[in-house]
Each structure stands twice: as structure tokens, then as C-alpha cells.
Ligand binder design. Structure first.
Ligand SMILES: [Zn+2]
Length: 129
């Protein structure tokens, strides 16, 4: 399994993370299981944004409503680790909803993960084109 993403989209997400070196940034990912087609930045409403994230519920619910109305398919989300590696943290594992794609930015690179059951993640190779 690989997931495709356009270089320009991936670069934009990495740049958004670099703009905020003191807090985690986050956003929603749309597309299908084989391709991330777009990303939408959302506010991080975590009480501790320096080392955690929580996608603004209004943005999440709006995306779900739009999908049900025939809009873009929500496949997962991205967030950054300003001082960490692009691998899921213990806190990420607690929040993981199985089946969602997690794109994590850290150290200037991005890696993709598939959330599995019981807080496990599987690394998913990105096909960058
Ligand atoms: Zn994280």
C-alpha cells in the first residue's frame, strides 16, 4: 500500500508547520485511500498546543457534513511535531481512530501513518509526484 500526494501539496503542509515552530499545526486531509488530493488547515484548539493538537470540532464536523452531502472524502489529517520526529507520539496513539491516515511533520519531513486498532500505527510509503 502506498498513498500518492502531489509534491506541491506536501511542500505546502511542511511549510505551514515551519511557520509555527512553537506549536503543533493541524488540518484535514481529503481524497481517497490511494491519493491525498487536498488539505485544509484547521485551528489547533488543544490547551497545550506546544506538544499536542486537537482539530477544531467545528471544522471537523463541517467536513463530515460536507462529505455526507457529496463533498470531498475525509481520509485523515495532518499535524506537526515542532521539536520531534514525524512518528506518532503516545498521545497520538490515545487519540487514534482506526482507519484514518495520519500525516505527521517533524524535523522538516513528513511521514504517513495508518491508524490501526489499539493505538497502533502502520507506516505507509508516500508516493510523491
Ligand atoms: Zn503528534
Amino acid at each position: 500500500m502506498t498513498v500518492a500526494i502531489a509534491r506541491i501539496l506536501l511542500d505546502r503542509i511542511v511549510a505551514l508547520a515551519a511557520e509555527r515552530p512553537d506549536e503543533e499545526v493541524c488540518g484535514l486531509l481529503f481524497g481517497n485511500p490511494a491519493r491525498i488530493r487536498s488539505a485544509e488547515p484547521t485551528p489547533n484548539v488543544s490547551a497545550r498546543p506546544a506538544d499536542s493538537f486537537e482539530i477544531a470540532p467545528q471544522a471537523l464536523f463541517a467536513a463530515i457534513r460536507a462529505e455526507r452531502a457529496g463533498g470531498p472524502r475525509l481520509i485523515g489529517h495532518y499535524h506537526s511535531h515542532p521539536r520531534g520526529r514525524p512518528v506518532p507520539s503516545a498521545r497520538d496513539a490515545d487519540a487514534a481512530e482506526p482507519g484514518r491516515l495520519w500525516l505527521i511533520v517533524g524535523g522538516g519531513e513528513a511521514r504517513l501513518w495508518l491508524a490501526e486498532y489499539a493505538g497502533r500505527f502502520t507506516a505507509v510509503p508516500l508516493d510523491i509526484a
